[in-house]
Each structure stands twice: as structure tokens, then as C-alpha cells.
Write a protein that binds this ligand. Sequence first.
Ligand code: SF4
Length: 232
Amino acid sequence: MTAGALTLRTLNAGIVVCDRCPRLREYCAEVARVRRRAYIDWKYWGKPVPSFGDEQARVLALGLAPGAHGSNRTGRPFTGDGSGDFLFPILYEAGFASQPNAISRDDGMKLKDLWITSVSRCAPPANKPTPEELRNCAPWLDEEFRLLKNLRVVVCLGRIAFDGLLAHQQRTGALPARSGFVFAHGAEYALPAGLTVIASYHPSLQNTNTGKLTRPMFLSVFQRARQLAGLQ
Ligand code: SF4
């Protein structure tokens, strides 16, 4: 596949068959084989999870990685797990999602002005991709940024996504140094390439069940993203 021939659709097709990380591919396949008792009737996706959303998006939500029994099961980012159950109602309320509930790839969900991706597209054991695995996955993100022509705002869901975005900006030469970029919920930074990044806590159960990330906090992040992207 040559770079010139790439579209977001063909990029997603390449992601789905990627096998650069043997540890992650084996783990995802094993989770898909064994399954969780609650999902024993599901045929798990078990492959790298392609990105999802509006190809004309002005806002990008950048996550960490698929959940083992969430998007590794359903094949769509943030679909079918606790993080997605927290995220999608907020996206609906903020005007980015057509419906509040994300259950499966064919539940009718449509995104407008938003694209969702992650720094690792395969579920990692303990939700922790290695630095090498993140580096393996980085070229997919670089291509995605090149193809999302209308992007103005990136919402980074968690510190690892924030670091992944800064690393991407450095690879492209847009950002000479990371000094001054500190991860904090709600922090906003203008990037040299004309993008604005907003940092947010990740909507993991660990954060949402403890009240570290509340609905109003998360909604205000996406409302601010709309505002910065010129979407009203
Ligand atoms: S994490 Fe990324 S680079 Fe590694 S196998 Fe999955 S899609 Fe490929």
C-alpha cells in the first residue's frame, strides 16, 4: 500500500491486518478465544481495532488502547465497555454522537465532526502497551493525522495519549521540544501546527468510579473542543 494511495478507509483496512506486535496479537487472539462469561455468545473481533468517525472531523479524540472485552470484542473504539458507557453519552450531549449508547459495530452510531483513534490499536495485557509497541503503532497515527485534513483540536484521553500526541508532533518536526507541555485535566496547549490539544483524564472505570473524572468535567472538555474547533 503506497502512501499516495491511502485514504482513511484503506488505512483502517491496513490497521486491521497489522501484526507488528506479536505479544499484543497473541493476547488479543487468546482473549477472543477464551471470552468472558458474560459475552460467551459473542464472536469477539480479536483484531487490531480500526478508527471510527467522521472523515471531515475537526476534533480528534485520542485514547490509549482497546479494552480486552470492550473494543477487542466489538471491533469499534470505546464500544461495549465501561469507558465507552461513560464517553458516548457525553459525546451525544456535546453534539458529536448520534446516540448515547454504543453497543456494537452495527448499532447505528454515527459521529459528526469527531474522529476517534488510539495510540495502540490492540488491547494490551493490564492496559499497558510497552514503549516498543507504542512505537510500532505510531506510523498509523502519523498517517491518520496526514489524512484528517480538517483537524483543529485533539482531545487526549489520558497521559499516555497526551505523550503519544507530543511524540507524533515531534516526529513530524512541528514541535521542537516538549518542555512546557504538562499533562493536567483540562490543560490546553496551542501546537505549532495550528492545532490545539486539550488534555483530559481517561474515562476508565478507575477514574469515573472514584469521581476523579465526573460527567460535568468530561462534558466541559468536549464542549470546549467544539468551541475551539469553531463548531457551535
Ligand atoms: S498495536 Fe498497532 S502496531 Fe502493534 S500490532 Fe496492533 S495495530 Fe499493529
